[in-house]
Design a protein around this ligand. Structure first.
Ligand code: PMP
Length: 444
């Protein structure tokens, strides 16, 4: 039975061993602090046997849902052969490199890492080493991971004073932050102005083609491509989310704009410790260890780089995704979910919109489809979190304020159940309506 609530739940006191008693940065309602025991397909089960339909999908890594048999079998087979190898090639990682070069338009070489954050840090380092320039431009509201070069104006509470960004974390050296320039997403004119103000000093641009839930305008990515070509800067697409999520050739194939470097994680990794930078051979070759000692050599190294179990699981996942209908089906399923969600919102007079890009979706309290972080920040994020909390209480696992993912494990019945749950959540939302104030958007 699906039920996000169970009376007499005893809080597990061990959670206090973690900062704030939380597993990560996301604030959950006090009555929704669960410990999960297992996950299968579209379902999560807590240690108290409460079942949820999962909409988080391992932050998007699990496009086939939890525990897909082919993925589990591939991982188990590889576990029996070698769980971890260091400093040597392994068969699944080489096979995956070949697969990536065959499918990802920009990929001539692959450099493995462990997390999406690590991949974006390496890509930025490659851009700097290759150009001999220090500055990297990112977009307000764009998330590129947990390192100091990424956590600039990702979820600022005040509007950025472009091109200067706000720190998203304490402990970030101001000198590091000063190497990151920030521009509004989907605003090519401002990017051009920043390039002209910093002529010959910008190493590269890093961008999410779908920034959280905001798709890039048709011409925006092409404009960035031209600007980088004109100025000798490196164009980096952060495809940690969009890679193999937007389609078989990822966002770059979907948009028909090819970057110099692209970062992959999540689906590349299949829920295991694996990510990579893919791109132009001459850029990746800065990491050739024979160039060590040179000022343009890029140091790449990590204990878990190219992990064979994660690579084997990823290959199995990509095999399943090779079916040409998969993405169309995911898109249609997510579209149906959003049409149903919108009808529920409208029926209850909840001033929100259900938006989706492929299999990414979210309910936003914005005036219309957002084009930039400023549009999201102008929305009512407290109301968004309150509705999401109600959805949690209906047995649907979402992180309040965070975009969610449809997987191939979501059945038609799951989607119907989600729409009904949104309807019930809307009813409770309206019943308990309290004056909300427009407030800072959540980090996503
Ligand atoms: N880039 C993007 C676009 C992401 O969404 C994320 C993770 N949410 C990252 C980078 C960082 O990946 P990881 O959490 O694996 O370090």
């Amino acid at each position: 039975m699906i039920s996000g609530r169970k009376p007499q739940q005893r809080p597990d006191s061990r959670v206090q061993l973690l900062p704030g008693g939380l597993p990560g940065p996301y604030l959950l309602p006090d009555d929704q602090h669960h410990v999960f025991r297992s996950a299968h397909g579209s379902r999560l089960v807590t240690t108290e046997s409460v079942e949820f339909i999962d909409h988080v999908g391992g932050a998007g890594a699990l496009i086939l849902g939890h525990g897909h048999p082919a993925v589990v079998e591939a991982a188990q087979r590889q576990l029996g052969r070698a769980m971890h190898l260091f400093g040597v090639h392994n068969e699944p990682a080489l096979e995956l490199a070949e697969r990536l070069v065959d499918t990802v338009p920009c990929a001539e070489r692959i450099a493995y890492a462990t997390t999406g954050s690590e991949a974006t840090a390496y890509a930025m380092r490659m851009a700097r080493a290759a150009t001999g320039r220090d500055l990297v431009l990112k977009f307000e509201g764009g998330y590129h991971g947990n390192h100091d070069y990424a956590l600039v104006s990702t979820f600022p509470s005040a509007r950025s004073d472009f091109p200067h960004g706000h720190p998203d974390t304490g402990g970030q050296p101001a000198a590091t932050r000063s190497t990151i320039l920030v521009a509004p997403f989907n605003d090519l004119a401002t990017v051009e102005q920043i390039f002209s103000d910093h002529s010959g000093r910008i190493a590269g641009i890093i961008v999410e083609c779908v920034q959280r839930i905001i798709p890039a305008d048709e011409t925006f990515l092409g404009g960035l491509r031209e600007l980088c070509d004109r100025s000798g800067a490196v164009l980096i697409f952060d495809e940690v989310v969009t890679g193999f999520r937007l389609g078989p050739t990822s966002a770059q194939g979907h948009y028909g704009v090819h970057p110099d470097l692209a970062t992959f994680g999540k689906i590349i990794g299949a829920g295991g410790p694996l990510s990579c930078v893919a791109g132009r051979a001459d850029l990746l070759d800065h990491a050739d260890p024979r160039r060590r000692g040179g000022s343009d050599h890029v140091y790449l190294n990590g204990t878990l780089h190219g992990n064979p179990v994660a690579a084997a699981a990823t290959l199995a996942m990509l095999d399943e995704l090779a079916d040409p209908n998969v993405y169309e089906l995911l898109d249609a399923t997510t579209g149906r979910l959003c049409v149903g969600a919108q009808a529920a919102l409208d029926r209850h007079g909840v001033p929100a919109i259900a938006v989706h890009v492929g299999s990414l979706w979210q309910i936003l309290f914005t005036d219309g489809p957002p084009r930039s972080y400023a549009d999201i920040a102008a929305g009512d994020s407290l109301a968004m979190r309150r509705l999401d909390a109600e959805l949690l209480r209906q047995g649907h696992f979402v992180l309040p304020g965070v975009r969610r993912f449809v997987s191939t494990a979501h059945t038609d019945a799951d989607i119907d159940a989600t729409i009904k749950a949104i309807d019930r959540a809307c009813a409770r939302f309206v019943e308990h309506r309290e004056p909300t104030q427009r407030s800072r958007s959540s980090e996503t």
